[in-house]
Design a binder for this molecule. Structure first.
Ligand SMILES: [Zn+2]
Length: 317
């Protein structure tokens, strides 16, 4: 990636979104921050550390990657400032509230909602249950779930799928069971970017992926997914995270760091187990390796210590 591209990253696109967000949202919402990651390709960074989204503009329309019912209206408002093309597809990284519940906001454009078959099943089951539970909570005027309808995928695939929109190609891959039961990555070769969903978290502790009380993350599956993506040696400048800020042009070093996180953290938990410490004791006095000590959202670390501990007992990795 050239220096000019890096400079273009934060661009002047920070402009109008804040206004658009204020007009539509309550004071409890945080404005997504648009980051240009390539020509016509954007990530919508969630400054709270909750889920990011993204989109790519083509001559034949827009493809959106991930949609949270709590803020997808902000993404749509920003898209409208960048193009008059319609949103043609919405692809989700996985069936979780912060990535898969916001397709309703795009209804005016009637996009096709694409998911893996496994994600479709999860959308019909525990994710739907969680959505309905949240819809029933709180005051309707302050509850984004109450205003929206639950939208389920229309097009399901297994393995891989290619979507061609004008001269831009979207390579979707079901990476298997890592963060969730079915994590999809989306490589856009003409833009030299890959949207990683929650397989990649930057500067932030990863999430265990929970929906309606069910926890999905599998540490070893996650490492294997990262290994598979890295083994492709893709021509990629920027790996776009599902949570955390995007590191323009950092390339595969982001995936290496994420992989190192799991391997070293798991090792540290294992050493404590070998000393006879139980989970409670480990949680109370756990110190992450220096490289990850500054990561945000430490409540997620606590959850992950639980997973490291029990998956180590259950299967040894
Ligand atoms: Zn997420």
């Amino acid at each position: 990636m050239s220096a000019s591209m890096r400079g273009a990253g934060v661009l002047a696109v920070l402009v109008s979104l804040a206004g658009a967000a204020c007009a539509q949202g309550g004071a409890d919402r945080n404005a997504l921050i648009p980051r240009q990651i390539a020509d016509g390709a954007f990530m919508m960074e969630n400054p709270t550390g909750s889920g990011n989204a993204g989109f790519v503009i083509t001559a034949d329309g827009v493809l959106v990657f991930d949609a949270d019912v709590r803020n997808a209206d902000q993404t749509l408002a920003f898209i409208r400032t960048q193009t008059d093309k319609k949103v043609r597809y919405v692809v989700i990284s996985h069936a979780a509230g912060d990535h898969a519940t916001g397709v309703w906001h795009y209804r005016e454009d009637r996009p096709i909602f694409v998911a893996t078959r496994r994600q479709m099943r999860d959308m019909y089951m525990q994710e739907k249950q969680q959505f309905e539970e949240r819809k029933a909570q709180g005051q309707p005027e302050r509850n984004p779930y109450a205003r929206a309808d639950y939208v389920t995928p229309e097009l399901g695939f297994e393995g891989v799928m290619t979507i061609q929109l004008a001269d831009v190609t979207f390579q979707l891959t079901d990476e298997g069971h890592g963060h969730s039961t079915s994590d999809v990555t989306m490589f856009v070769p003409q833009k030299r970017v890959i949207f990683m969903g929650d397989l990649l978290n930057t500067e932030i502790h990863p999430g265990q992926s929970e929906s309606a009380g069910v926890i999905f993350a599998n540490v070893n599956g996650w490492i294997a997914s990262l290994d598979r993506v890295m083994a492709r040696n893709l021509a990629v400048d920027t790996y776009v995270p599902g949570h955390g800020p995007v590191h323009l042009g950092r390339g595969v070093a982001d995936l290496e760091e994420q992989r190192r996180y799991f391997v070293t953290m798991r090792d540290r938990v294992s050493r404590r187990m070998a000393r006879g410490d139980d989970l409670d004791k480990i949680r109370k006095s756990f110190e992450p390796p220096e490289e990850f000590a500054g990561y945000r959202r430490t409540e997620r670390l606590n959850n992950f210590l639980n997973l490291f501990f029990h998956q180590n007992v259950e299967r040894g990795y």
